[in-house]
Structures are given as structure tokens and as C-alpha cells.
Ligand binder design. Sequence first.
Ligand SMILES: *[C@@H]1O[C@H](CO)[C@@H](O)[C@H](O)[C@H]1NC(C)=O
Ligand SMILES: *[C@@H]1O[C@H](CO)[C@@H](O)[C@H](O)[C@H]1NC(C)=O
Ligand SMILES: *[C@@H]1O[C@H](CO)[C@@H](O)[C@H](O)[C@H]1NC(C)=O
Ligand SMILES: *[C@@H]1O[C@H](CO)[C@@H](O)[C@H](O)[C@H]1NC(C)=O
Ligand SMILES: *[C@@H]1O[C@H](CO)[C@@H](O)[C@H](O)[C@H]1NC(C)=O
Ligand SMILES: *[C@@H]1O[C@H](CO)[C@@H](O)[C@H](O)[C@H]1NC(C)=O
Length: 354
Amino acid sequence: MRQTMNVKLCSCILVVLLANIVWTRNIRPIYDQTSSYDWSFYSFECPQQCFCPPGFPSALYCDSRELKEIPIIPARIWYLYLQNNLIETIRGESFANATQLKWINLSNNKLTSNGIEKGVFARLKNLLYLFLEDNELEEVPAPLPASLEQLRLARNKITTIPGEVFSNLENLTMLDLHHNKLLDSTLSDATFQGLSNLIQLNIAQNSLTRMPPIVPPNVMQLFLDNNSIEAIPENYFNAMLKLLFLRLNNNKLTDEGLPAKVFNISSLLDLQLSNNELTKVPAIGIHLEHLHLDNNRINSINGTQICPIPVPGDHVYDMDLPRLRYLRLDGNEIKPPIPFDLMLCFRLLQAIVI
Ligand SMILES: *[C@@H]1O[C@H](CO)[C@@H](O)[C@H](O)[C@H]1NC(C)=O
Ligand SMILES: *[C@@H]1O[C@H](CO)[C@@H](O)[C@H](O)[C@H]1NC(C)=O
Ligand SMILES: *[C@@H]1O[C@H](CO)[C@@H](O)[C@H](O)[C@H]1NC(C)=O
Ligand SMILES: *[C@@H]1O[C@H](CO)[C@@H](O)[C@H](O)[C@H]1NC(C)=O
Ligand SMILES: *[C@@H]1O[C@H](CO)[C@@H](O)[C@H](O)[C@H]1NC(C)=O
Ligand SMILES: *[C@@H]1O[C@H](CO)[C@@H](O)[C@H](O)[C@H]1NC(C)=O
């Protein structure tokens, strides 16, 4: 008896819900037809292709909707989600009133450099984050607003960086250009000039055979994996006093290409040189904590020679010891056992992979 009651009650609620849906579906086009202003009188203005969360009026969700064009963005929007669409072009009109925008995600669309109206981003004077990953751009868009803090351009087809496009970006902290088609000739001494607050520079998976000519001095993370870099110039890292992470995996570095003390960088904590053509362990600094040398051609290792300090005796303070904790040497031509002098030098080692 009770059970039947429940069933009846449930179907009543269901009917009411269904009726509601039908009602909302019908009512909206009526307002849209009269004029968009009428609709905004009842709610706030919202492009019909998008979702405007009622509790979060500064955000606009237009992602994953097969959009080919960007709608007119209302002036109140700060956060704009346009990722995972089929957008090919950006017209200035879309952003004419959206000058408060702080964050735009346009990743995974079909944007080409020709499709972007010149200057459309530069007019967004409050823009902090611009995400354009997984598009078909051939150039870094220019000009860009001086306010930018993050610019992500990974997985495009970029071969060209317009001169001085970065020169006014004093607040940019992260520049991601990985998986593009940058050549040595794309990068000049001036390319990254002006990026005085840049922390992360990612140029992995491009077509470089040389190190970038000049890297901004405050960079902490420099990623250059998956290029064809053969050598590093003498004193290359001398001006980079804050460098913490350096990745050069999957390049063509040889012993001859490395000046003797090039990796004796006092700030460096993490050095990755996997999949290169080294036959010797390069000299490292006393502060380095992680060293990846797997898949090279190293055939012997002499702990006394690679120790950044004279091999410490029995009585030594921990603080004076080399900081190395993790060492990868697998995929080389070294056979266990681990040389005893290596253990004497690097007493803080927690893991060594041979
Ligand atoms: C931007 O969109 C891409 C594609 O969906 C997503 O992977 C990424 O996490 C988004 N970025 C942010 C910061 O929301
Ligand atoms: C920008 O806002 C003004 C004033 O509200 C309005 O007249 C104009 O049509 C808007 N522009 C666009 C492109 O929506
Ligand atoms: C850079 O950031 C600082 C601190 O947030 C801010 O005062 C300054 O206006 C920003 N510069 C630009 C060009 O937006
Ligand atoms: C380098 O290339 C390998 C193989 O194509 C890929 O698995 C890896 O994710 C790439 N790494 C970077 C940092 O681009
Ligand atoms: C490494 O550099 C430091 C100063 O940064 C210096 O004291 C030390 O002698 C150098 N080590 C080698 C092996 O050149
Ligand atoms: C390692 O190098 C030191 C100093 O160059 C040398 O005295 C020692 O014999 C070498 N050790 C081995 C096992 O070759």
C-alpha cells in the first residue's frame, strides 16, 4: 500500500518537472525574438550559445559546444571559457565591450594566425591569462596586452615570433611554446628581452639545434627537451642566478659540446640530461639534488672525479655535503656494483638507478 503511494507521488513530481522543462524551453526563444535587451531585464545578458552560472556572474562558459565563432562577450565577464570548440577566427567585435576580461581559455580550437584580427588581444588591458594551446597558429599573436601573466601556446605550428612581441610583457611569469616548429633562426638576442619577471620558459619539442641566444635572467625553470641541441656555449648560465630546474632530455648533447663547468650552477636543484650522447658524467654543483643521466653512453663513473668537493672524510657536517639525493644512470653502459667513492661523496643519496 505504502509503496504504491510512493510511486504515485514520484510520477507527480516527474510530471511537474517535465512541464517545467517544456515551459523554460518555450519561453526563452520568445524573449530572444523580441530583443536580447528584454531578456537581460529578467536575467543578466547571456549569449544564447553559452552558460552563465547564476552564482558566478563574471564567468561565461562557452566551451565544448562546436562553436565556430565567438559570441559577443558581455562587459561584466572576467573569466571566459571557449576551449574545445571549432573556432577559426577572432573578431574585435566579440570583445569590444569585454574590457574587464582577465582570463581566456581558447585551447583546442582551429585558430590560425590569419584568423585573428590584429590587435584584438592588446585592447584587453586587464588580461592576465591567455590560453591558446592546441590550435593551428603559425605565429605568436601580436601585439599582446602588457598586463599578461601567463601565455600558453603549446602544440601549435609556430615558426615565427614577431619582433618585440614580448618586450612589453613585464609581468609575464610563464611562457609555454612547447611542441611548435621553432628554429634557431626564429630566436634572436632580442626575442625574450623585457621578460624581466619570467619564471618558466618552455621551448621543449621544437627544432632547435642551439641553445636560445639569451634567456631572461630571472627564469627558474627552463625546459628544452626534445630538440636537437648539440652544445652549450661557455658561461651560458652565468647570468641566470635563479635557475632551479633545467631540462635538456632528448637532445644531441655530447661531451665535446659541454664546457667543463657549465652545469656548476649554484642555484640549480634539478638537472635532466636523459637521452643524449654523453660518455662522461658532467661536473655538477654542490647544491644539485636530482640528476638524470639515463640513456646516454656513459661507460664508467669515478666518484672521486665527479665529486663537487674533495671526497669528504669521516667527520663532516651534513650541511657541507653535496646535496644530491636522486641519481639516474640506467640505460648506460655502467654495470653494478656502484663505485664506493660515489657513495663516499654523495652521502645524502636516497636513490640511485643503474
Ligand atoms: C583550458 O582548456 C583546456 C582544454 O580543455 C584544458 O585542458 C585546460 O586545463 C584549460 N585551462 C585552464 C587553466 O582552465
Ligand atoms: C557595447 O555596449 C554598448 C553600450 O551598452 C552597446 O551599445 C554596444 O552595442 C555594445 N557593443 C557590442 C559589440 O555588443
Ligand atoms: C604588473 O603587476 C603589478 C603588480 O600586480 C601592477 O601594479 C602593474 O600595473 C602590472 N603592470 C602592467 C603593465 O599591467
Ligand atoms: C618528448 O618526446 C617524447 C616522445 O615523442 C614524448 O613522450 C615526451 O612527452 C616529449 N617530452 C616533452 C617534454 O616534450
Ligand atoms: C662551482 O662553483 C662554485 C661557486 O659557485 C665554486 O666555489 C666551485 O669551486 C665550483 N666548482 C667547480 C668544480 O668548479
Ligand atoms: C678516480 O679518479 C681519481 C682521481 O682522478 C683516481 O685517483 C682514482 O684512481 C680513480 N678511480 C678509479 C677506480 O679509476
